[in-house]
Design a protein around this ligand. Structure first.
Ligand code: SF4
Length: 108
């Protein structure tokens, strides 16, 4: 009888641990799905892109704040995972290029 209870406890703890571990993983999967598939791409001509001096290709940036190696993909505000186009936390509803840059770049 005690063995059965202990087995039940072990199973419950194992299942609970898997459930807790799955929550952030599921959130990450959803975030990457949004980043890759659902958002239209930001145009460099959009008002918000112009106000941030955003460019799809950081290697073409001549802005005074730009430093070599800075791209959206290594900005602290990037939330696109490893996608080529992804979410930027300050640009709602549009995807930005991983290789892009804007004047709000923050070290990640
Ligand atoms: S804030 Fe960062 S991630 Fe967003 S567009 Fe600018 S450089 Fe890219």
């Amino acid at each position: 009888m005690a063995d059965t209870i202990n087995q039940g406890r072990r199973r419950f703890l194992k299942t609970s641990a898997l459930g807790v571990a799955a929550v952030p993983f599921t959130g990450l999967m959803l975030q990457q799905q949004v980043a890759r598939a659902d958002l239209p791409r930001l145009s460099e001509d959009d008002d918000i892109a112009r106000s941030l001096d955003y460019r799809h290709d950081a290697t073409e940036v001549t802005h005074s704040r730009y430093q070599d190696g800075q791209i959206c993909g290594n900005c602290a505000l990037w939330a696109g995972g490893d996608a080529e186009w992804g979410v930027c936390r300050i640009i709602p509803g549009k995807a930005v290029a991983r290789a892009g840059w804007c004047n709000a770049w923050v070290a990640g």
